[in-house]
Design a protein around this ligand. Sequence first.
Ligand code: PGA
Length: 261
Amino acid sequence: MSDRTLLLAGNWKMNHDHLEAISSVQKLAWALEDAKLDDSACEVVVIPPFTDIRSVQTLVQGDKLWLKYGAQDVSQHAPGAHTGEIAASFLSRLGCSYVVIGHSERRADNHETNETVAAKLRAAVEAELTPIVCVGESLQQRQDRTHIDFTLGQLDESLAGFTADELDGLVIAYEPVWAIGTGETATAADAAEMATAIRARIGEKFGTGLAESTRILYGGSVKTANVAEIVASADVDGALVGGASLSGPDFAALCKAAVAK
Ligand code: PGA
């Protein structure tokens, strides 16, 4: 049994305006309380759109909620002339704990490369945000059986130039692209195989300390019905959940199922 804390992060993507966010987080908090879950069992994180974060902050701080929140992306740049960008320091000031970097939807829609991911990771580390770096293969790569090499290549390039100390607290999300929002879930064995490969690679590159402390999540059609099996693997430390995190009560039920594994 590792001493890594189970992490359940809800990536809302471009869903819920700031009013819906308040309602969703309130319902989540009530449902977590009803389920008798607290931070001794797991860490629960919501990752709303940027425009919701201030509202979520006010609620979390005002009601002293134990759940944490983060952002779905961050600029690689320092504050300045970059229209439409959001600086890492702004997210820290809003009390964000986490930031997702390199989600496959951003890699596809916004042409983010591993180099971009590394630059955003640098900005996040400097602002003391905990990064959730996303990696994962396409269906073609899985069918060609190149999925492990491809995903480890993304990992290597995304973490290039960092020291183990800088990456303390790192979270990696393994999200096979073919399983995101499709209802197709990798089997628990597939998730475990990749998580083990990722941990081994971090060990080779950064040493066993970072390999042991890094939390590795699985993401891609995680639901209440399948989460327990997925997080039961020794190397899988939680889940990055999209669709099933939008309803507060449903996400709380998923967290409860994960804790009960
Ligand atoms: P999904 O999304 O749970 O809706 O498949 C996961 C993700 O993209 O983080």
